[in-house]
Structure formats: C-alpha cells, structure tokens
Design a protein around this ligand. Structure first.
Ligand SMILES: NC(=O)c1ccc[n+]([C@@H]2O[C@H](COP(=O)([O-])OP(=O)(O)OC[C@H]3O[C@@H](n4cnc5c(N)ncnc54)[C@H](OP(=O)(O)O)[C@@H]3O)[C@@H](O)[C@H]2O)c1
Ligand SMILES: [Zn+2]
Length: 348
C-alpha cells in the first residue's frame, strides 16, 4: 500500500509560498516551526521538489523534537545537486528521484551520498510512492514547492493538507502558489485554528476511505431486512477497523469497525450510510457507540432512508460536538446497492 501523504506549507495571506525570485523566505512563526517539527517527528520521510532543493537547500532534520530524523527524499529533475548541500548532510537515508535528463556523471556523483532512482521523462508520482512503500515508508510529508505539491494532487495521491497562513502580503503575480493548480474540489475543509499570528487550516481527501467503505459494503449479503452498509475507521492514515452489516451477528457496520480496535479515540469513521439513532434489532444505536469511542469525525455518503426507522444521526452527532461531513458525490453509489429494498418500498 502507498504511504499516507500529507502536504504542509507556510503561505502568505494569498497562499503564496515565496516571492517571485523563488528565494527562501521565512513565513512561519516560532509556534508553527515547533508544530511542524512535531509533524516531522511522526513521519517516515519528507520530500521536496527540484527548485526547493536547489534554492532552499533544506536540511529537513528535526530542530526541536528529539528522535530519529525522517528519510530525506527529493525530486531532482537533473540530479545536479551540490555535494556539500545541507540536504545531503547527516546520517539519515536519502533518496533522489531523477529523470532521463540527468547525466550519468551527476548520477554517479550523487550515488556516493544517496540512493538515486531514475525514471523516464518525468518522475512518476505513483511509481515513486510504490517505491517508498516498498521501503517501509508509511507516512510521507510533502513540503513542496507549489509545482511538486500539484504533481501529488494530480496523481490523486494526497490524503491531507495542512496550511499555515500568515499575515504577510505577497502581491507579485509570478510568485509561486501553494499548489500550482486546482485542488479544493477534492478536499473537505476539516478545521481551522489560530497559532500565534498565523491561522492553521486542515483539509482532508475523504474519497480514498469512502471508496474502501463502499468496497466493505459490497461484502454484505443483500437482504430485504437490512441495509448493506460498509465502514472504515481511520486514524493518522492507518486503517484501524473495518466492518459491514451483519459481519458479526446483528451488528451494524460502524459497531463492527469500532470493535476491531483498542484505541479509536480521535479517529475518523467513514460509513456508507448515516449512523443510526434508532433500530429495530437492538436497543443501543451506532451514534452512542461512536460517542463512547470518542471518535472525532464521521463522514457518510447517504442519509438513511426512512424505510425501517426514522434516524437523525447527523443531527445527534453534531449536537454532541462530533464533526460530520456528508460526501454527496458517493450518495447514489451507497443507495444503489440497496435498491432491492428501496425499489420494493416504492412498489408498495
Ligand atoms: N513556504 C513554504 O512552506 C515553502 C515550502 C517549500 C518551498 N517553498 C518555496 O517554493 C518555491 C519553489 O516552488 P516551485 O513550485 O517553483 O518549485 P518545486 O515544486 O520545488 O520544484 C519544481 C520543479 O520540480 C520539477 N518537478 C516537479 N515534479 C516533477 C516530476 N514529477 N517529474 C519531473 N520534474 C518535476 C518541475 O519541473 P517542471 O517545471 O518540468 O514541471 C520544476 O522544475 C521556492 O521559492 C521555495 O522557497 C516554500
Ligand atoms: Zn447503526
């Protein structure tokens, strides 16, 4: 499986990464630097793009946190890297992804300091992630610049975005954008918080896990007595529980997914149908199990039709401080697999 991919950047008020000269510019405040260090300490590898490597020459090591430095990864189109660069310093493993334009001399020179993997005209992001996955990298932090960030977005390979927005104004038209292309349609805005004089916004790509929840739902034996529902419980990019309706006795998909983990606190539950507040087969309901498990966020595809009972899961969860998102683009697919129930209902 490919690593969980998180993009993190510090940007100006209008989401620029630097000035038009593309020289390194300090945008983060002290608080952000410390928080980013904590994120770096929890990933297996950090990646930067060609221009960032050349212009910023980041050392990508932990500054405040103790612990092992992550593996350093860079895309360097031409592999023309200075041997005394900060990026190549240190004992951590280093991996350079390069392309056909790199000269054999440069590749051999850099091979003394790092593993060099040569792709064709461009570095293929999915292949790169496959290669990092094989090396045991489970979490990858992408620290841009904007073109590189967009390469990962285009490959549909980004799970989460954290952006630290400062008060700085950069009005030059040619200044690099945080992500050099459209990205917002694929992401759900999850949270916003102040951090000193900056604002931290977090976005998540929920599609990947909802698709897995739909796959889970397909494992149900279709029945006219209950809906086919699938659920995935995700925490920090790891799937910690899966479930489908009646996988365990009379249990609902959500309960089964929760039952498979010891530590659901702070996780996100993806379910193909809104969690229930009432049911015919039991006195307890899924929203109570979600609350008890201290799940932070619930993402669902379809509202539960009033076929068996009338549920108000979304309202209940929101009232109890749990963040809820409906992914309407998957609604039809979640209902389609229950059409044997819904069509019978329309006939009556
Ligand atoms: N504030 C922050 O948090 C932050 C973080 C990082 C960087 N920065 C700033 O961002 C600026 C750099 O951003 P940028 O967008 O210009 O550069 P970048 O993303 O670092 O690098 C872009 C270069 O990488 C190449 N590249 C990207 N993906 C590739 C792939 N899959 N295969 C082959 N080549 C690939 C591009 O080639 P093509 O042109 O051929 O596509 C281009 O030459 C710098 O000013 C840096 O200081 C700021
Ligand atoms: Zn339920």
């Amino acid at each position: 499986m490919r690593p969980y991919v998180l993009i993190n950047s510090a940007v100006s008020k209008n989401f620029k990464l630097a000035k038009a000269d593309r020289k390194q510019l300090r945008i983060s405040n002290e608080e952000d630097l410390k928080e980013v260090d904590k994120i770096r300490a929890k990933v297996d590898a950090i990646l930067v793009g060609s221009t960032t490597l050349k212009n910023d020459d980041p050392s990508l090591t932990l500054k405040h946190e103790k612990g092992k430095n992550p593996i350093k990864v860079a895309i360097s189109k031409d592999c023309n890297i200075k041997e005394d660069s900060d990026f190549l310093k240190g004992d951590e493993e280093k991996i350079i992804f390069t392309t056909r334009i790199a000269s054999p001399e440069d590749i051999n020179r850099i091979k003394k300091h790092a593993a060099v993997i040569q792709h064709r005209e461009r570095v293929d992001i999915n292949e790169l992630l496959g290669e990092l996955g094989k090396k045991g990298i489970k979490r990858l932090l992408v620290e841009g610049g904007g073109k590189t960030n967009y390469e990962f977005i285009k490959a549909d390979a980004v799970d989460e975005i954290r952006v630290a927005i400062s008060q700085i104004e950069i009005n030059e038209k040619d200044a690099p954008n945080f992500i050099e292309g459209e990205w917002k349609d694929r992401f759900t805005f999850v949270s916003e918080k102040p951090l000193g004089d900056m604002t931290i916004k977090q976005y998540k790509n929920d599609d990947r896990y909802m698709r897995l929840a739909l796959e889970e739902a397909k494992k149900c034996t279709p029945s006219k007595k209950y809906f086919s529902v699938g659920a995935i419980l995700e925490k920090s990019g790891e799937i910690i529980g899966t479930g489908h309706t009646r996988e365990h006795e009379n249990d609902h998909a959500e309960e089964t997914a929760i039952s498979k983990t010891k530590n659901p606190v702070g996780s996100t539950l993806y379910t193909t149908m809104e969690p229930c507040t009432k049911r015919k087969s039991k006195t307890s309901c899924c929203v109570e199990s979600i609350q008890k498990a201290k799940i932070a966020r619930v993402v669902f595809a379809a509202k539960e039709p009033d076929t068996f009972v009338k549920c108000e899961g979304e309202e209940f969860l929101k009232k109890n401080g749990i963040s809820v998102t409906q992914l309407k683009k998957f609604e039809q697919e979640a209902l389609e697999m229950n059409k044997h129930i819904l069509t019978a209902l329309h006939k009556n």
